[in-house]
Design a protein around this ligand. Structure first.
Ligand code: PHE
Length: 329
């Protein structure tokens, strides 16, 4: 039996089972020998007993070896089936068009010395309105279609990224030169043109002697980089509580080159955002001396810029996760 045990092999589960049945199982060789052991004369029990135990030890050790060897063999076979050099069958995914455009915007402004700042989407009245020179009960508050989480004191979903301006300025000292990308919320009916959430990027530059011509030059450079050399910019007088003077920013229509098309409604110009010189009241609300410092600010919709750049005609596509749309970028 000892030599039979030591030379046994198992290449399959059946071989293994055969070994188990022959030696280990209750009807196997060992069980039989232990049965016979009962009738062995007393003076031989000692010797027989130790021989039997050696045999049992050998059988059990061998069985465990065979199990381990077979498992290792199976794992090896499986590994040989895996070709780690094959390309994945899964789609690897791609960056969302809004992220691509946001990153490009950041890159353009970083090269002009702006850094990136972020702030909370859940905001209080002070940072979203009051510090931005929205008087109590002013109709401009209504214009923003605010989602309130709590009233008195007000907690709300920010309606613009201008809250980050305030958070930057109240805790630091000029100069400030930051852009502030992020999601904003407005209680608007969802359509191809408008959504109840979207992304803005705000820019703020505060230092001594900052003037409107710095604003113009900064945005002119942005338009060149984002929409192509030769893109013109135009400012139209407007109103925001936190800037004075205020202006809408238009760029020349890069699709028709100013000849008139659907995108620019035949005007040759498309609007990309708002801007202006930071109102002295805003600087003062943040503890900055408005006689010593001045600044400009601008805000643009990232969806809007992406839609213009790629001629996308429905804002809802950005949040529907339709792969047919996303795969085009
Ligand atoms: N916060 C304004 C808005 O959401 C945009 C803006 C930012 C305008 C900065 C001027 C200056 O409509």
């Amino acid at each position: 039996y000892l030599s039979e045990i030591s030379t046994a092999t198992a290449n399959t589960n059946e071989d293994l089972e055969k070994f188990r049945l022959r030696f280990i199982s209750r009807k196997g060789v060992l069980a039989g020998l232990f049965d016979e052991f009962k009738s062995v004369p007393n003076e031989q029990k000692r010797e027989m007993g130790s021989l039997l135990n050696v045999l049992k030890q050998n059988a059990q050790t061998k069985f465990k070896e065979l199990v381990d060897a077979l498992e290792a063999q199976n794992a090896n076979d499986q590994a040989a089936d895996i070709d780690v050099t094959l390309p994945s069958r899964e789609d690897v995914g791609s960056m969302h068009p809004l992220s691509q455009v946001k990153n490009r915007i950041i890159q353009i402004f970083e090269r002009q010395g702006f850094n990136v700042a972020e702030g909370p989407e859940i905001e209080d009245d002070f940072h979203n309105f009051t510090a931005l020179n929205f008087p109590e009960n002013h109709p401009a508050r209504e214009m923003q279609d605010t989602y309130f989480i709590e009233k008195n004191p007000d907690t709300l979903l920010r309606t613009h990224t201008s809250n980050v301006q305030i958070r930057l300025m109240e805790h630091g000292q000029p100069p400030f030169r930051s852009i502030m990308p992020g999601r904003v919320y407005r209680n608007e009916a969802i359509s191809a043109r408008a959504h109840c959430f979207f992304n803005q990027v705000e820019g703020l530059y505060v230092d001594k002697n900052v003037s409107f011509k710095d604003l113009k030059q900064t945005l002119y450079h942005f338009a060149q980089e984002m929409f192509g050399k030769g893109t013109q910019i135009r400012f139209r007088p407007s109103y925001f509580p936190f800037t004075e003077p205020s202006a809408e920013i238009d760029i020349s229509c890069f699709i028709c080159g100013g000849n008139g098309c659907k995108i620019c409604k035949n005007t040759g110009w498309v609007e990309i955002g708002g801007s202006g010189m930071v109102d002295p009241n805003v600087l003062e609300a943040c503890g900055i001396d408005s006689k010593e410092y001045s600044g400009f600010a601008f805000g643009m919709g990232i969806e809007r810029i992406t839609m213009l750049k790629y001629q996308i005609d429905d804002i809802r596509l950005f949040s529907e996760n339709d792969l047919r749309f996303l795969k085009q970028f």
